[in-house]
Design a protein around this ligand. Sequence first.
Ligand code: GA4
Length: 328
Amino acid sequence: MVLPSSSPLRTKKTHAIGIPIIDLSLDTATLSDRIITACQDYGFFKLVNHGVPTEIISKMEQVAQGFFSKPASEKLKAKSNPPSPFGYGCRSIGFNGDVGELEYLLLQANPRSVLHSDTFNVVSDHPTDFSCAVDDYIHVVKNLTSGLLEILALGLSLTDTNVFSRLVQDTDSDSCFRINHYPGLKLKTESNQIKRIGFGEHSDPQIFTILRSNDVPGLQICTVDGLWIPVNIEPTDFCVFVGDALEVLTNGRFKSVRHRVMANMSTKSRISMMYFAAPAMNEWIFPIPQMISPGDLRLYKSFTWNEYKKAAYSLRLGDQRIDLFKCH
Ligand code: GA4
């Protein structure tokens, strides 16, 4: 889905200082230039004027709030058994001892799994309400992601402009959806005492991540110079992260961005929702030949998404898992 340059939405120009801000209402040529620059320089950008209906976003936040406000005993019913990354989690991240100051719900975003997920029967007294909110949200962010990926491929002059988006549109895609809830401080005076990590430093393994959060700060990204910078997000905007798979597909031209979330930032709790756009498990990931310019070295080996996920879950959150797949 690439918006035509004649689209009535394409009128405003946004010039970003520091963290790139991409205005989706710009013309396709400008847009692809800016997205490419942002992905090269930061592996990250804020997205404004994206056209996703506010009602879909607020409905999603409302059902998520409803779930997290339930008693612990109720939420624990959504914990997976036997253990899997999916379902409800509290503090524990992955299987290798990582912890954070949060609770979360991790769901498969594939339409087939969304509709048939047993989790919905335990997360809400109105499971259909919850599953419809998730389904609607995933539908719009998935199309938004595909559109961004097509604009990227166009800007990179790739012959196949669907080369990235078809991975995400695949009916067997392993994309997932996560809702994180970082409880607020009990007392205002606690705020500046100890700065605690809400979700530790890492890069996302997937292609692109689309994040939306409420107005509580905490997200930080790491620049190429190793500087941690806070990202303030409007609840109406999205943030887009380059993941490890896109770094590999572009032979390192785009770098997956390391990021983290600080806890203890407000008395209000922070809610964020992330759509992680991923290929299907059996999909091969490797540098697209057109991304290897003559004279350049191929930086990454070929691997299946299944192999990459296995590697990710065998390591700690902050590990540089992509290094395992470097050629040299
Ligand atoms: C980081 C991005 C997504 O939240 C996630 C995370 C996953 C999990 O929480 O189950 C991982 C983490 C994430 C990367 C390394 C592994 C896997 C926890 C962990 C220690 C759902 C994902 O796909 O990778």
